[in-house]
Design a protein around this ligand. Structure first.
Ligand SMILES: Cc1cc2nc3c(=O)[nH]c(=O)nc-3n(C[C@H](O)[C@H](O)[C@H](O)COP(=O)(O)OP(=O)(O)OC[C@H]3O[C@@H](n4cnc5c(N)ncnc54)[C@H](O)[C@@H]3O)c2cc1C
Length: 372
């Protein structure tokens, strides 16, 4: 840690009272950064390197796929975040001095089942969209953006530290101490720190209890496999989407192909058959991929939730424990709005967005169906 903490009279207990965030993926870091900006002392703990799980593995498309397929609960949070993204990432880039390659590259959705209905939905919601000249079942969505997620995490982590945050990475060995419905302190590396509020942002692991804090309802890991290629820059300049699969171009010519939705527990292994399927399907959309060999093949674990609705609320067992989990396929997309919503709840302010659909009680009512 970069700063020396003041020693309290109580042996080993530090004076400053922290917002403690467990989990340094995009959900944890974005809340941590927001609370720092609101003038609070913030400490983040992760048992691995910051952002190395789902947040690293994701594609970085900043929109629901396809937005008209989702309930309003998903799109209202996502759209509120999408409106905030450009300004949010700009702030992070200025504070960190690092670029995250936010790029409003647009998306072509191919083979859309009911293009007329989709276009009417877009018009009603104020989402710019038009039929693509390439095919009458293709819709062009010019405002859809992407971010290079590993770079975003690097920038967010750096901005958080630059703003005075404390980060313990690769530290799975810590203890929480609670008393009368409050988590009072955390012990890590033989230091005890007083905790004002605790935020759980443990991604796909949030469905498991953590150090005596009960699990968040209905969260489970959903594996996604991805392929990475290198093409000449400019080969593809917008995202392509067809029937669940997408191709994302980066500005330097790298191209990501994804992804699968697999209910495989905490298993992050990849398999050759899936790689062949992703390659074949992607090459049908973008023939330039036909003779390319993937540079890399990986899998990540999304924090799955029924209907893709996250839980952003106070934990019912405690007065000072909050959760920001279960963003499933859209954790990068939803990050700025989720962080703001939770920060408002932590500070007892009325949030701009109605928090009811993201409450713990609402999450308890939702059940998984066969549809992942
Ligand atoms: C293949 C794939 C493609 C995706 N594509 C997109 C996309 O295009 N757009 C989009 O918006 N989203 C996408 N996503 C989803 C997005 O990546 C996730 O929703 C988001 O990253 C979740 O962030 P998180 O912080 O909740 O979880 P994570 O990034 O998984 O972070 C959770 C952190 O908690 C830590 N942790 C867990 N348990 C403990 C513990 N007990 N103690 C300490 N630390 C702990 C973990 O080490 C981890 O670092 C994709 C995901 C995948 C896998």
């Amino acid at each position: 840690m970069a700063r020396l903490l003041e020693q309290a009279a109580f042996p080993g207990l530090q004076l400053a009272k922290f917002i403690l965030v467990i989990g340094a993926g995009v959900a944890g870091l974005s809340v941590a950064y927001e609370m720092l900006r609101r003038g609070r002392e913030v400490m983040v703990i992760d048992r691995g390197p910051a952002g190395a799980e789902s947040t690293w593995a994701g594609g970085g498309i900043l929109a629901p796929l396809l937005p008209w397929d989702y309930p309003d609960t998903v799109t209202s949070l996502a759209f509120s975040a999408m409106q905030a993204w450009a300004e949010w990432v700009d702030k992070i880039e200025v504070h960190s001095g690092l670029q995250s390659e936010y790029w409003k590259c647009g998306m072509v959705a191919l083979s859309v089942t009911n293009p007329g209905t989709a276009l009417s939905w877009c018009e009603a919601k104020g989402v710019p969209a038009s039929l693509s000249p390439s095919s009458d079942a293709a819709i062009w969505l010019p405002d859809i953006a992407q971010v290079r997620n590993p770079r975003l995490v690097k920038a967010l982590r750096t901005a958080f530290l630059a703003a005075g945050g404390y980060l313990y990475e690769s530290h799975g060995d810590f203890s929480l101490f609670s008393h009368a419905r409050r988590v009072e302190s955390v012990q890590i590396k033989n230091e005890a720190h007083a905790v004002e509020q605790l935020v759980l942002a443990t991604g796909a692991w949030a469905g498991q209890p953590l150090l005596g804090v009960n699990a968040i309802p209905n969260i489970r890991p959903i594996r996604g496999q991805m392929l990475l290629y290198a093409l000449a820059p400019g080969t593809l300049n917008s995202i392509l989407y067809r029937q669940g699969l997408y191709i994302i171009p980066r500005q330097d010519g790298h191209v990501l192909v994804g992804s699968t939705l697999e209910d495989a527990g905490f298993d992050k292994t990849t398999d050759a058959e899936t790689a062949r399927y992703l390659h074949r399907s992607a090459a049908e959309m973008l023939p330039a991929l036909t003779n390319s060999t993937p540079l890399r093949h990986w899998a990540g674990l999304r924090p799955g939730s029924p209907d893709n609705i996250p839980v952003i609320d106070r934990h019912p067992d405690f007065d000072n424990v909050f959760v920001n989990v279960g963003h499933y396929r859209y954790g990068l997309t939803m990050a700025p709005a989720s962080a703001e919503l939770l920060a408002d709840l932590i500070e007892d302010k009325t949030p701009a967005l109605d928090p009811t659909p993201y409450s713990w009680a609402a999450a308890q009512q939702r059940q998984w169906t066969d549809r992942l």
